[in-house]
Design a protein. Sequence first.
Length: 302
Amino acid sequence: MLPSYRLPNLRLLEAEAIAIIREVAAQFENPALLFSGGKDSIVVAHLARKAFHPGKIPFPLMHVDTGHNFQETLDYRDSFVKDLGARLIVKYVQDSIDQGRCAEEAGPNPSRNGLQTVTLLDAIEELKFDACIGGARRDEEKARAKERVFSHRDAFGQWDPKNQRPELWNIYNGRKNLGEHFRVFPISNWTELDVWQYIKLEKLELPSIYFSHKRTVVNRDGTLLAQCPFITLKRNEKWEERIVRFRTVGDASCTGAVESTASNIDDIITEISASRITERGGRADDRRTEAAMEERKKQGYF
């Protein structure tokens, strides 16, 4: 059981998120829910199901597939969406590369994480989405802490952190010009601990990689990268088996695992309660520069 003092807080966060999702349906003509198969997008999709129950979610889920995904995540995605009874749209980064819209990175672990921006913006333009709901939270990373709940994007899909609309008393302004759109973050005010306690409260299933398991990894500059076809060993590096889990799910070529024996949700809650490292601390692409995430977001990233 969760401590009794946590239950009112979680239900308040749930009510706020559901209200935001309903506000999206009320203000926008053609929204979509960005779904990665990660824990945060799972929670947001679950909240959307609750928001419109007993009806179905009135907008599609969209996954931007890098081609470097963990297979466990893809398997979970298909099973979850089928159970949800929702429509899934999948757009592929590989198609953007084949069309010359973006270029594959070079190097020993070429990341496609940043390339998702091109695929996402092309999909938004093609499908005429005027709002995209995401699972980002302010506690994840300092650039995301600057986001509004209704985050405006200009006609080029770009975000200006210095020109954001005030959100007073939870009044959300979805007015936009033709060609512009919004990113909407219903769980912006949640913490990683809130997410895990809500998962426990709602008994949500998750991809297996969130839990402790044996995996072959390489320690690259302090990041444990899982063995996959997209990573080439450098000189003096070697694969080794470790007991790990993933705190965040993304491009396999840049998403680091953490050593952990947490094999159930209670163990994970205990582990992250004592952690002083954010869940994105193991993302190699976030460590390329001091402002890596903010630069990607300005260009149209999630």
